[in-house]
Design a protein around this ligand. Structure first.
Ligand code: GRF
Length: 185
């Protein structure tokens, strides 16, 4: 399975997926990494592993240009990890049921930005992370897997986000394994 990972941040989810592919836990290979932020950690992490990368600036033809690049590289599965764009028609249509996203809350609770802060502000005692299929909405597609994360009384936004990210790495690897095996059936 030829996988692309698209993000804009540090790239910790990319790294977790890459390690799982490398260790044979995921029956696939990351063949392309893209970002909508230049000089982002995810691009550096990919370049250090000799994976082809691309940068696509935000703009009205973003989804179209990204779709074109993914199709040119024969990508079969797309994993979003922190991409700061809503994926739209040409990209969605080119990869039906083959675009996944990781979100740092137990969806449908707290969609949108900085979901860990939203959970703290709402005085929840637990939150978590969700991997879901991407549809035209924001963080609304069918849920694949979730993991719960307790909120401690002394949590700061940073400590909570770090604990959620540890869970994200487990849940993303497991979700990609599940999706690939369902595609193989
Ligand atoms: C993750 O926390 C993910 O939930 C959110 O963006 C972040 C990306 O982090 N959508 P990283 O670049 O994978 O470290």
């Amino acid at each position: 399975m030829r996988i692309a990972v698209l993000g804009s941040g540090a790239g910790s989810n990319f790294l977790a997926l890459w390690k799982a592919c490398h260790a044979g836990k995921i029956a696939g290979e990351i063949r392309l990494v893209g970002a909508d932020q230049q000089n982002s950690g995810i691009l550096e992490q990919a370049e250090a592993r000799n994976i082809p990368t691309f940068f696509e600036k935000k703009g009205k033809n973003f989804s179209e240009r990204v779709a074109q690049r993914l199709l040119e590289d024969n990508i079969e599965l797309v994993c979003l990890a922190g991409l700061m764009r809503i994926v739209k028609a040409p990209l969605l249509g080119a990869f039906p049921n083959r675009i996944l996203n990781i979100h740092p809350s137990l969806l449908p609770k707290f969609p949108g930005k900085e979901a860990w802060k939203q959970a703290l502000e709402a005085r929840e005692d637990e939150t978590g992370c969700t991997v879901h299929y991407v549809d035209a909405g924001m963080d609304t597609g069918e849920i694949i897997l979730q993991e719960r994360v307790p909120i401690k009384t002394d949590d700061t936004p940073e400590s909570l986000h770090a604990r959620i990210q540890e869970a994200e790495h487990r849940v993303y690897v497991e979700s990609v394994r599940t999706v690939i095996s369902s595609l193989a059936d």
